[in-house]
Design a binder for this molecule. Sequence first.
Ligand SMILES: N[C@@H](CCC(=O)N[C@@H](CS)C(=O)NCC(=O)O)C(=O)O
Length: 218
Amino acid sequence: MPILHGFSYSNYYNMPKHALLYKGVSFEEDLVYPSAEGYNKLSPALKVPSLTTDDGHHLSEASVLCEYIEDVYPEKPLFPTNPVERNKVRQLMHMAELYIELPNRRLLSYSFSNQPAPEKLVNEVKGVIDRGINSINALATFDPWILGNDFTMADIYLYYVLTVADMGASMTEVDLNKKIPGLAEWRAALAADPVSQRVAADTEANREGFFGYIKSLS
Ligand SMILES: N[C@@H](CCC(=O)N[C@@H](CS)C(=O)NCC(=O)O)C(=O)O
């Protein structure tokens, strides 16, 4: 049985977790924070999530785990078979990560400590998010899923990226729901899914543990 390492408050952890749950794969969860002794053996970059495969190999980086899960558990596919469509899914995942997740992530420490972020930083972040908005508007149909009829890994990826975008939004004042037509309805539909609800409940259950971990670092 594969073991998913990390903690539920991590939006990156929740991406492969949602994929495993969606596909009905049995897996173990190992609650671990990146500063744990020996974690570098699971993730050389000391990032959550990481995964130990059935045969004992350690993999890390959320998008890589998502691809691995698809390769090893092809039932209930989350990537199309057509190469162009398959790459559109990957394109959307990359764009969501590079232009929505990562800029907003630069504001997380300010959000966690309730401190205002420097204006220069907020402006830099907003510039990158604009690219993300244009990219998603160019590719997504939200009809009903991001790329059309089939629910894909891009749906899972963007859904959890938005968790961090929500935290950044208090500082950037960028309302993605207004800037990306269809996003709010799509997000509500996905939030109602039992897998999303299970992941959300686990995230909430880890809130105290996660903030205790953050406190222990300072
Ligand atoms: N590129 C990594 C990023 C994952 C990431 O940033 N995870 C956070 C938790 S949400 C983490 O481990 N942070 C610890 C740190 O940066 O030291 C991935 O795709 O898995």
